[in-house]
Design a protein. Structure first.
Length: 344
């Protein structure tokens, strides 16, 4: 019987519903799912062809009647129906045992989200089979996941760079003192690269190629051992496939605009931070989380532009889901950081 009851308790979930990837954390088990937030739909029947990793492989490679959709844009739900179906698919993939009680679910949202967008997230959670949906703001979840002492009266600065948004927040005493959410993230870097290559070389790149180049060759600050990359795409003049070679320096130039926006968001937040807390951040440093933290040289660039120490969290990609997962594990202790009802 004991085994049954622990299974019963172990059902609460935390979901990091990200623009690029969705991660699910199950109470007592840790991260149980990490898949791209992509759904492939057959337009003739409206049926789902594939979800997650399988659907991502189809992006840019589908026949006319199948479309690969990313239902979240800029960290918020752009396509409610598809998000709900994707969420239900992921929750059911984690929970094979349907007959047990419905789970409580903690979902992460960007801090700049409106009441209406919050409502959409909650409704999607309930429609996907949750008993109760709680919401936590991403920078708070990222700070908990990165192991920052958020309950102490000291300033902690977190910069969470996701696929669709960048969240900058200063946290003290278990609450957000000041925060800024901008809709610039990893996707925008991919997009900037596509536009750059189109303009400079009249070559059309695919989304997946752009993402691959960003992760392998992309840099945010000059490094000594820079490499160049071969890019394959379609020539816009002849319409035929063509390969070009671009240097890391050119790729960095392509990234310049979105990266400047991210750096400016950090500067603006520092500007709004009370002086006492600024002193704390000077001592402890700015903590980077999210996929963007993996961009080579971004920590250097922030250090260079703000004069503050910059630290990359241990598992930057998982901080948000681990932080939300801690809320599920220590529900009573961390309940004050959750938003249980939408604001306005």
């Amino acid at each position: 019987m004991a085994g049954f009851s622990s299974g019963f308790l172990g059902r609460d979930l935390a979901v990091d519903l990200g623009t690029a990837n969705t991660l699910v954390y199950e109470r007592g088990r840790g991260i149980v799912l990490n898949e791209p937030s992509v759904v492939a739909i057959n337009q003739n029947t409206g049926g789902i062809v594939a979800v997650g990793a399988e659907a991502k492989r189809m992006v840019g490679r589908t026949p006319g009647n199948i479309v690969a959709i990313r239902p979240l844009k800029d960290g918020v739900i752009a396509d409610f129906d598809t998000t709900e179906r994707m969420l239900r698919y992921f929750i059911q993939k984690v929970h094979k045992r349907r007959f047990l009680a419905k789970p409580r679910v903690v979902v992460c949202v960007p801090s700049g989200i409106t009441g209406v967008e919050q409502r959409a997230v909650k409704d999607a959670g309930y429609a996907a089979g949750a008993r109760k949906v709680y919401i936590i703001e991403e920078p708070m979840a990222a700070a908990i996941g990165a192991g920052l002492p958020i309950h102490e009266p000291t300033g902690n600065m977190i910069v969470d760079i996701g696929g669709g948004t960048t969240e900058v927040a200063v946290i003290s005493l278990g609450g957000v003192v000041t925060s800024l959410s901008i809709r610039t993230g990893g996707d925008e870097l991919d997009d900037a690269l596509i536009q750059f290559v189109k303009k400079e070389y009249s070559l059309m790149l695919g989304e997946r190629t752009a993402e691959e180049i960003k992760t392998t060759v992309g840099t945010a600050f000059p490094t000594p051992d820079e490499t160049s990359a071969e890019l394959r795409g379609r020539d816009l003049v002849t319409g035929l496939p063509r390969t070009i070679v671009v240097t890391a320096e050119e790729i960095r130039r392509a990234f310049d605009e979105p990266l400047t926006r991210i750096v400016d968001a950090v500067k603006t937040t520092l500007d709004r931070t009370p002086p006492e807390l600024c002193g704390d951040i000077m001592d402890r440093g700015i903590v980077l989380t999210g996929g963007g933290a993996l961009l080579k040289g971004l920590d250097e660039r922030l250090r260079h532009e703000t004069g503050m120490p910059v630290i990359i969290a241990e598992q930057p990609l998982n901080c948000v889901v681990i932080g939300s997962g801690k809320c599920v594990e220590e529900f009573e202790a961390l309940q004050q950081v959750l938003i249980s009802e939408p604001r306005g």
